[in-house]
Design a binder for this molecule. Sequence first.
Ligand code: ZN
Length: 234
Amino acid sequence: MLGSQTFRTYQINRVPIISKDTWTDSLLGYYICPSCEIVDRDKDRTIVGHPCSRCGTPSSGGIAYFDRTICTIADFIAELYPMPDLDSPRSIGPSSHPSESHRLAILIFFCTLGETLQQQFLERCVSRSDFSPKIQARLLQDILHPLEHIEQLFPMLTGATWQQAVTAASKRAKSDFIHTLLFFKKVVKKKNQILHLGNKRAVSSDMAKQCFDHMAPLVKLFVELHNVYLAQPI
Ligand SMILES: [Zn+2]
């Protein structure tokens, strides 16, 4: 696990790269208002008494939105390559070609990050539904194809189709989340092929690098969905 100083230097293939923060630092910079439940990156929420920019409720000190599981997965990837700035429009991938074993690790971690983000979002949605605890547990069972899973569940939990929600989120955030999800689907398919066929050479250098391009948009998509479907109306 990486340290917590503000700036640090990584040595990747003898090329020093400066990264601003760890992913834990960045992800813990998303705060949720306990009153209206909006999620944003207003670091002043850590100041007791700071009013929520949406509902005006004074902060009790800042509550991180993402749990440690997601931060830990993200930092695993950071141990291979430096992480991007979540506030910049594009992620910064590795400057050199990842080794074969690193490509496989990046792909597995990227899938795990996406599946965990999705699972956390679905758990929050399902816990607010009227389904019985038994049905809620069944709805959240681990599945082989995560995107097909959320496509099926989303309409019954929110009243909107997954496609409609992602298209609207892309417009609001001015980010192409559809492109990111298509890539996520491709990577999950590749991961399943590798798990069944055992061909770790199947991960191309380009695919591993693209995982970095799509990490920040993936995080932002689920924050955006939270703010539309889970934040309290005011
Ligand atoms: Zn609020």
